[in-house]
Design a protein around this ligand. Structure first.
Ligand code: ADP
Ligand code: ZN
Ligand code: ZN
Length: 701
């Protein structure tokens, strides 16, 4: 046994406790930074990561108060410096404690394993993970050009490639080239959602062998997660394929990061440390000197802006833009058709032309897909006599009518009740649904197409995929399989069905009612809608033999809207240019940088009072000091307002926006704000506040 030393350890501290940083322990054995240890924390024993070794006792507490480390997780190599730096940066940038970020990046099962159990897991590891690369297809000219540019540049790269242009093939061949250079190297492939993972996982496994690939996403069991994590950490797995959480995978030989569908909002974590896995990918790439490839057919305006080419007045962005405009083979993008709903009978859900077009396709043996971004039967139940609506008593939202089990369900707090027989206010028996959800669309379309027969003479088959139909494990997979096998003629669903799926026989896609997003209070709503519609269009005509007749239909009351014009031309650059012009004029991201401070309380006044008090204290403190007075000018801090979803589950929510042209200034401001919040929060008049949190680079305002 060596002489005891003093170490700083990251442990999971409760959110908003004052213990934000590292804790000091005495360590009776020799350890290195990055090793995992078990330490006492209050009455409990917890897992921690050794962050630093000190050569003297902590100055701020008596040595006798420093507790001893209880044990080391043996056999595990330390988490490397790049990983620790990633965690440290994330904690700082997203304003959370280092321990929280570090520990939530580790598989939960690690906390509960004894050294014996861990040793058994490590022994079971397949260290001889074979990589049997099966050659891919000959590359298209565009694919070859992109890979050549990646080989000579340093990145980060933004691959702007049409749906079906063969982006996935580019990722696979980039991995292949990486492994050819050094078979010990590792690649991280990130995808937005779990439901897209199975297809890609099969493709990656088919190319590199089952053993080379591990998955990381929230749908895995704790045991699976641990196994995959260990394989990546030990350097045995060549490829980690995962959702946003995979950005924190420990990968000592990381040499390539790919972010597929980089514009997708699900890369932003919405609780705890609200990190953007896409942004962290760019940071992590720099740490590992690994090229980063962001890819999309509709890039985020952030990445588009960062990859702008240089011109006379502008040195250009720091990303390199790579282009793949054509679909593979002879496949064409679908023709976009707008239906002017002003010319349809009032309250028509589906235009007569669209119904006729669907019928024709079904009779030809083709598939159609209808998109409606609202699940359930109807968004509201309504009494025409007294005006009662099916509001949720706990949230500022309506409960949605689900006809299938005759319930009213709140999609925010989950409150579910049987539909009343009569209006609860006035007793009127005639309460009616207003608006439409996927459930009603399915019923309605079933009636309209009741007489339509498939090529085999059997009746048309309509299926619905949304959060309600896919609640059970495996349900989504089996429903998608039905679509792929051709058992289904018309697929109805929410945005879930628009993304990524390589449906081969769909030739018509229709957006039933996309207009609401045109006039949203959220400045990102048009960007999201455009991406969704382009994605949806990308599901049509993926098979070249049918692509010439494939169509994307948009039913709208605003057929001349610039967004639909750009969609019709499949012209993302035109759309992006006009959106960026608006963002520039209004000083919105990506031109400026934002953070939101949110407070939750029993009353709206209490929530806002905390925010406004923090703002006043902050500005007063900063103005007093000549070193910080500038910050007040560089960062705008707006007064508190209610959030757009003001009340959820009886909790009132308020927010305060901070905005600055300088990311650095905003970060400094947040640092000061953090101190002020602890100070203000402890004042008796703010007792009613339940919690506060900071969202840096928020996705929704
Ligand atoms: P994206 O990811 O851009 O939507 P994919 O990589 O899924 O496109 O490619 C679309 C289709 O084209 C897939 O079925 C894929 O197997 C096929 N494909 C991709 N690259 C090639 C190629 N070079 N030669 C032949 N087929 C290809
Ligand atoms: Zn009534
Ligand atoms: Zn509710």
């Amino acid at each position: 046994m060596s002489t005891p030393c003093w170490i700083d350890v990251a442990v999971q501290t409760p959110a908003h406790s004052q213990v934000g940083g590292l804790l000091s322990y005495r360590c009776p054995f020799l350890v290195q930074p990055g090793q995992l240890v078990r330490v006492p924390f209050g009455p409990r024993e917890v897992l921690g990561v050794v962050w630093a070794i000190q050569d003297h006792a902590p100055a701020d507490m008596p040595a006798s108060n420093v507790r001893d480390v209880l044990g080391v997780l043996e056999g595990l190599p330390p988490l490397d410096e790049a990983w620790r730096q990633l965690v440290q940066f994330s904690a700082q940038y997203y304003q959370r404690s280092l321990g929280e970020v570090a520990l939530s990046a580790l598989p939960p099962q690690l906390r509960d394993l004894s050294n014996e159990q861990l040793a058994r897991r490590l022994k079971k590891q397949n260290t001889e993970r074979a990589v049997n690369t099966t050659p891919g297809p000959a590359l298209s000219d565009e694919q070859s050009a992109v890979l050549a540019q990646m080989a000579t540049g340093t990145g980060p790269f933004l691959l702007f490639g049409s749906t079906g242009s063969g982006k996935t093939e580019v990722y696979l061949q980039a991995v292949e080239r990486m492994l050819a250079a050094d078979p010990r190297d590792q690649a991280l492939l990130m995808v937005p959602e779990i439901n897209l993972t199975p297809q890609l996982e099969e493709r990656v496994q088919a190319r590199f062998g089952n053993d080379a690939v591990v998955s990381m996403h929230s749908g895995m069991t704790p045991a699976q997660r641990l196994k995959g994590w260990l394989a990546a950490h030990a350097g045995h797995a060549r490829i980690v394929l995962g959702t946003r959480m995979a950005i924190f995978a420990s990968m000592p030989h990381l040499k390539l990061i790919v972010v597929d569908e980089e514009h997708d909002p699900s890369y932003k974590q919405q609780e705890g440390a609200r990190y953007s896995a896409r942004d962290l990918a760019v940071y992590r790439g720099r740490l590992h000197k690994a090229p980063v490839l962001l890819a999309s057919a509709t890039p985020s305006l952030e990445s588009w802006h960062h990859s702008r080419p240089a011109d006379a007045e502008d040195t250009g962005g720091r990303y390199q833009r790579l282009l793949m405009p054509s679909r593979i083979g002879t496949a064409l993008l679908p023709k976009v058709r707008r239906v002017d709903m002003n010319k349809q009978p009032r309250r028509a859900v589906l235009s007569t032309q669209l119904v006729a077009a669907i019928q024709e396709r079904v009779q030809r043996g083709e598939q159609c897909m209808l998109l409606l971004n609202r699940r359930g039967y109807a968004p509201v139940l309504h009494c025409a006599d007294c005006g009662w609506k099916s509001e949720c008593k706990h949230c500022s939202a309506f409960r949605v009518f689900h006809k299938i089990d005759r319930t009213l369900r709140c999609h925010h707090c989950g409150l579910t009740e049987r539909v009343p027989r009569a209006c609860p206010e006035c007793g009127n028996a005639d309460i009616a649904p207003i608006g439409r959800g996927t459930e009603q669309l399915e019923e309605h379309l079933g009636e309209l197409l009741a007489h339509v027969l498939r090529t085999d003479g059997s009746p048309v088959r309509i299926a619905r995929i949304d959060a309600d139909t896919t609640r059970l494990k495996g349900a989504l997979e089996s429903q998608l399989a039905q679509v792929h096998s051709g058992e289904v003629d018309v697929l109805i669903g929410t945005q879930m069905i628009a993304k990524g799926h390589d449906f081969r026989r769909i030739t018509l896609v229709a957006a039933v009612n996309p207009d609401t997003a045109l006039f949203s209070s959220d400045f990102r709503a048009p960007e999201r809608l455009f991406a969704l519609l382009m994605q949806a269009a990308g599901r049509a005509g993926r098979d070249a033999t049918q692509s010439a007749t494939s169509e994307m239909w948009v039913q709208t009351f605003h057929p001349q809207h610039a967004l639909f014009e750009a969609l019709k031309q499949h012209d993302y650059p035109a759309f992006a240019a006009s959106e960026l012009a608006e963002r520039t004029a209004a000083d919105l991201p990506p031109i400026s940088h934002q953070a939101l401070l949110r407070a939750d309380a029993r009353t709206q006044e209490a929530a806002q009072a905390l925010l406004n008090a923090a703002r006043e204290t902050l500005e007063a403190q900063l103005s007093e000091n000549p070193d910080t007075a500038d910050l007040v000018l560089q960062v705008s801090v707006y007064p508190a307002v209610p959030m757009s979803m003001q009340r959820v589950a009886d909790v009132e929510r308020a927010q305060m926006l901070l905005e600055s042209p300088s990311r650095m200034a905003l970060q400094k401001m947040l640092w000061h704000l953090h101190g002020v919040l602890h100070q203000v929060r402890s004042q008796p008049e703010h007792k009613g506040v339940i919690r506060w949190l900071v969202d840096v680079d928020p996705q929704a305002i």
